[in-house]
Design a protein around this ligand. Structure first.
Ligand SMILES: Cc1cc2nc3c(=O)[nH]c(=O)nc-3n(C[C@H](O)[C@H](O)[C@H](O)COP(=O)(O)OP(=O)(O)OC[C@H]3O[C@@H](n4cnc5c(N)ncnc54)[C@H](O)[C@@H]3O)c2cc1C
Length: 393
């Protein structure tokens, strides 16, 4: 077993921020502090939305500030430099085209082309190992909803759906040819079952030799653990490796509100503790089945990351086993990512890229997530503060 003796701790800020100059560190601290002032945060969001609607030039303001904290660059060429900084620190990345909610045919085709280009990029760049994709970026969201409802498509809808499947297949085929991975992100429950069927077929086609295609399992859903068990059995029966990115889930409020409005049972666990329990159980199940499952532990939760490493240890699995990856978003959870990498685990980042104006919705979501001092933001800020103090700057 490799390098299993070194003790893992997420408190080491020297390791976490080694690649930051003093001025970068101070800039990050100031930005996270500003994000923590809810009023300023809301004001910034409103101002940005207003500037966008008036077509005012926002790039020169946003790019050196929030954008540079959470995104790798506007173009793939720019992003390559950020990926290199990460790979020099043994952190590899998933290039994440950050443009969301695309519905026009031009937009969908452009997204497909950019993701193919990103996959081709991965061939020549060791630090880039794949891409995450939202299935609904490759066709109309409504088609997935209708498919899940079992609605019979008319001729036009059938053609659009077939085109969507073809685009998703092309993405997986390109990844397969380039030695890369595709993480299919999970979405809302009213389209996720349709997505599961598509991704199951793609895994069956492309995961025979190695894990190329991954589905995402949201453990805040109370029946997801069962689904994960069934997915492992299905993969074994059909003779492919299951790709499982495990997350807690990002749409809790929307899910609860929609279920209440439609008078159906809330699909989300009643408490955070229940979600946490299922999350850790899911990771343990994947690690136990490591010959049949390739897992990505995608979380900013320190305890879950630690538990995953302990599970690996208890099953005598090498820290850098090819079937266990850890992942956090670029600009968040650096104390987790870089300490995992320093301890020889397969640490990765989702690295968003895209034109500043078009990734604004992504940035607004990150700003929202980081606006509570009790939550994620408090942890990010205290880590940055600790390192500033350690460096005496
Ligand atoms: C690399 C990466 C990829 C991701 N990909 C996806 C994706 O494809 N799809 C997706 O939906 N999300 C995705 N996410 C987001 C993820 O689902 C979480 O929203 C986010 O990471 C916060 O959860 P956590 O495990 O990091 O931390 P924590 O702070 O420990 O958990 C917060 C999460 O717990 C759950 N929760 C909070 N309160 C309650 C409650 N009262 N009852 C029940 N559950 C509760 C919610 O899911 C909430 O987001 C991704 C995250 C990462 C890091």
């Amino acid at each position: 077993m490799e390098n299993q003796t070194k003790k893992l701790s997420f408190d080491n800020t020297k390791i976490a921020f080694k690649h930051y100059s003093d001025s970068q560190l101070k800039k990050s601290y100031r930005i996270f502090k500003l994000l923590g002032y809810e009023i300023l945060n809301d004001f910034g969001v409103t101002l940005t939305e207003f500037a966008l609607s008036m077509n005012l030039p926002i790039t020169p303001i946003v790019k050196p500030l929030v954008f540079s904290i959470f995104c790798g660059g506007e173009t793939l060429e720019e992003t390559k430099k950020t990926a290199k900084i990460l790979s020099d620190r043994n952190v590899r990345c998933f290039l994440n085209y950050g443009v969301e909610a695309i519905s026009s045919l031009d937009g969908i085709e452009h997204t497909t082309a950019v993701n193919i280009e990103a996959l081709n990029f991965s061939k020549d760049n060791d630090g880039i190992i794949g891409i995450p994709c939202k299935p609904s970026s490759f066709g109309k969201f409504e088609l997935l909803r209708l498919k899940q409802l079992g609605t019979k498509f008319n001729k036009e809808q059938q053609k659009q759906f077939d085109d969507m499947l073809q685009r998703m297949d092309l993405i997986c085929q390109t990844a397969s040819q380039n030695g890369a991975k595709v993480y299919w992100d999970s979405e809302e429950t009213w389209v996720q079952e349709a997505i599961n069927d598509i991704v199951d077929d793609l895994m069956e086609k492309y995961n025979r030799e190695r894990p190329v295609v991954y589905n995402t399992f949201q453990m805040y859903i109370h029946f997801k653990y069962n689904f994960l068990q069934n997915s492992i059995s299905r993969a074994q029966e059909k003779g492919y490796i299951l790709g499982a990115k495990v997350v807690r889930g990002a749409y809790m409020e929307k899910e609860r509100e929609t279920a209440a409005k439609e008078n159906r049972k809330d699909p989300i666990h009643k408490t955070k503790a229940d979600t946490d329990e299922d999350y850790d159980k899911a990771i343990a199940l994947c690690i136990k089945n490591i010959k049949k499952v390739s897992v990505c532990v995608a979380t900013h939760n320190e305890e879950s990351n630690i538990k995953a490493t302990k599970q690996m240890e208890s099953f005598n699995i090498d820290k850098n086993h090819k079937n266990v990856h850890f992942s956090q978003l670029y600009g968040m959870g650096d104390h987790i990512t870089f300490n995992l990498a320093d301890n020889a685990y397969n640490a990765t980042k989702y690295l968003p890229f895209g034109p500043v104006k078009e990734v604004i919705p992504y940035l607004i979501r990150r700003a929202d997530e980081n606006s509570s001092v009790d939550g994620q933001m408090g942890r990010e800020l205290s880590m940055l503060k600790k390192e500033i103090k350690r460096r005496k700057i």
